[in-house]
Design a protein around this ligand. Structure first.
Ligand SMILES: Cc1cc2nc3c(=O)[nH]c(=O)nc-3n(C[C@H](O)[C@H](O)[C@H](O)COP(=O)(O)O)c2cc1C
Length: 306
């Protein structure tokens, strides 16, 4: 018999711990023809903001050794159009849908969640307080513990659905932010968003990205992400969703052992859109080989056996 891969994140029970990360699969539609989304634990939408955003001008993506830099700038259709044209597609998917929210003010986060709370298809919210590629909001919030606590409290007040706060790695003590999110009423945190980086063209002597800096993702950031997950797990009692450079099931297992209750995959979706399914299959085989009956046994097992 296959191991029970189901995990609990707040009020949500996911059939497995594999989640598609925000911004890397659009609204699910951009990947649906290449993989079977009904098998994926959960799908997190591209960040949605109250009003549509054009994002930054090109160049917005640059490949780097073992990763990529992106400075999309939260381009998205806005809440109204999201409800009109994206929710119908999401409603038909047999996966759990979590809506990622971005905003430039505390009020805007609250308003977005309030509007989307009425949508049956949306089962939870991931609050992006950590985008490095926008001038307002983004890292200004992500670096400010009081702001993270306040945003969490304000969105908590307008929804009973699961709230996940997506933390920035661009801080010195990430666990303090996880603690503020917990105190504000969050059900879980996700760690990590991208790290600030840049890349220059040596002939033009100009930055490759129009925004000059971007967010670094992919295998290059995995050891950092893993250390951040471990730091939170050791200091704060809150479910953690691990993200950062996960390319295969072995990476996923590492994150789970270090304290992640679930994992997200981002950059790998651009290389192998079926990676999510392959990770689920790998987890099943690993559990069978290790005589693990349920993935819950594995979560934070490093700390338990210490
Ligand atoms: C092209 C691109 C767009 C992204 N857009 C968003 C976004 O809109 N909102 C968000 O919270 N994170 C966004 N992210 C961050 C990812 O969700 C994830 O946290 C990060 O890429 C690290 O995971 P990875 O190394 O598996 O890609 C984006 C990442 C990439 C590569």
């Amino acid at each position: 018999m296959n191991a029970d891969l189901s995990v609990r994140i707040g009020k949500l029970r996911l059939k497995n711990p594999v989640i598609l990360a925000s911004g890397t699969v659009g609204y699910g539609n951009e990947i649906s023809e290449f993989t079977d989304l009904s098998k994926i634990g959960a799908i997190i939408t591209k960040s949605v903001s109250l009003n549509p955003r054009k994002g930054n001008p090109p160049q917005r993506i640059v490949e780097t050794p073992s990763g990529m830099l992106n400075a999309i700038g939260l381009a998205n259709v806005g809440v109204e159009e999201f409800i009109k044209s994206k929710i119908p597609f999401l409603t038909n998917l047999k996966s759990t849908i979590i809506c990622n929210i971005a905003a430039s003010t505390v009020e805007e986060y609250e308003e977005c969640v309030k509007i989307l709370d009425e949508q049956e298809a949306i089962k939870g919210f991931e609050i992006n307080v950590s985008c490095p590629n926008v001038k307002e909001g983004g890292l200004i919030f992500g670096n400010d513990i009081t702001a993270v606590a306040k945003i969490t409290e304000r969105v908590r007040a307008v929804t009973d659905k699961t709230i996940i706060i997506k933390l920035s790695p661009n801080v010195s003590s990430i666990y303090k932010f996880a603690s503020a999110a917990k105190d504000g009423g969050a059900d879980a945190v996700s760690a990590i968003n991208t790290l600030v980086g840049t890349s220059f063209d040596i002939y033009s002597r100009r930055p490759k990205l129009s925004n000059i800096t971007g967010g670094l993702s992919g295998p290059a950031i995995k050891p950092i992400a893993l250390a951040k997950v471990l730091e939170i797990s050791r200091n704060v009692d809150i479910p953690i969703i691990g993200i950062g450079g996960i390319m295969n099931w072995k990476d996923a297992v590492e994150f789970i052992i270090c304290g992640a209750s679930a994992i997200q995959i981002g950059t790998v979706n651009f290389i192998n859109p079926n990676a999510g399914i392959e990770i689920i299959e790998g987890l099943v085989s690993y559990c069978a080989k290790m005589n693990i009956l349920g993935i819950a046994e594995l979560i934070a097992s490093y700390q338990i056996s210490k």
